[in-house]
Design a protein around this ligand. Structure first.
Ligand code: PGA
Length: 257
């Protein structure tokens, strides 16, 4: 069935020297049995990616890695941006697209998110497409329809083979970095609605194969409960992922269930 994915979103933390130290500690704690059971990825700042690529290639590590954002354009006069071909050349497997911090701090809207997803797919990388509601939407009880609307906009005009490659991360904004995790039932409610919508816009087979992650204050103490839910296939982990021992414990969630 679906292989769980645990992806550490480092956000704007760890320079390239710190990144090397964290990856070395992380991979020291993860063995082949863990990698057989769970895909493990880190999503560092751009400046760390080359160093991580060198470690992964040099030691033939099974650790996957990717970027936290991408330009919708392949090249040109876009000062400060990084393109999908540049990330593909660095061996990135994943690109986070539409994280709530990009949506709020950088005013990214659905149209540009859709273009970034297409740029990522065009260069053979997997988008981790983030959706999620803020507290006011949650309190008004319209969180499911809000997330479905974000999905439809972000995935507009994608072919079925493209839809098949998407990973979706449900991250309720009120649970990000707040220590306030959604209950496993909250996560399941939205993740199952996301899977139903994948069936609508793709097919039953695509929906069954799509990995849907939960994100928002995930840590080793709550991951096992969240992973028991039928439609949760892994996690996008922020704060806890910059501590290699904690991330390794999250990866090994299956040993405590
Ligand atoms: P958090 O962040 O685990 O620190 O809540 C999750 C995310 O923003 O991806």
């Amino acid at each position: 069935m679906r292989k769980p994915l645990m992806a550490g979103n480092w956000k704007m933390n760890l320079n390239h020297l710190e990144a090397i130290a964290v990856v070395q500690k992380l991979v020291y704690s993860i063995n082949d049995k863990d990698y057989d059971a769970v895909d493990v990825a880190v999503l560092p700042p751009f400046t760390d990616i080359r160093s991580i690529q060198t470690l992964v290639d040099g030691d033939r590590l099974r650790l996957l890695y990717g970027a936290q954002d991408v330009s919708p354009s392949a090249n040109g006069a876009f000062t400060g941006d990084i393109s999908a071909p540049m990330l593909a050349k660095l061996g990135c497997t994943f690109v986070v697209v539409g994280h709530s911090e990009r949506r709020s701090v950088h005013k990214e809207e659905d149209g540009v998110i859709n273009k970034k997803i297409k740029a990522t797919l065009a260069h053979e990388m997997t988008p981790i497409f983030c959706v999620g509601e803020d507290l006011s939407v949650r309190e008004s009880g319209t969180h499911v329809s809000h997330v479905i609307r974000q999905m439809r906009a972000g995935l507009a005009n994608l072919s079925k083979p493209e839809l098949k490659k998407i990973v979706i991360a449900y991250e309720p904004i009120w649970a990000i970095g707040t220590g306030k995790t959604a209950t496993p039932q909250d996560a399941q409610e939205v993740c199952s609605a996301i899977r139903n919508e994948m069936e609508e816009i793709g097919s039953r087979e695509i929906a069954q194969d799509t990995r849907i992650l939960y994100g928002g204050s995930v840590k080793s103490a709550n991951i096992a409960e969240i992973m028991k839910e039928a439609d949760v296939d892994g996690a996008l982990i922020g704060g806890a992922s910059i501590d290699p021992e904690e991330l390794a414990k999250i990866v090994k969630f299956h040993q405590s269930t």
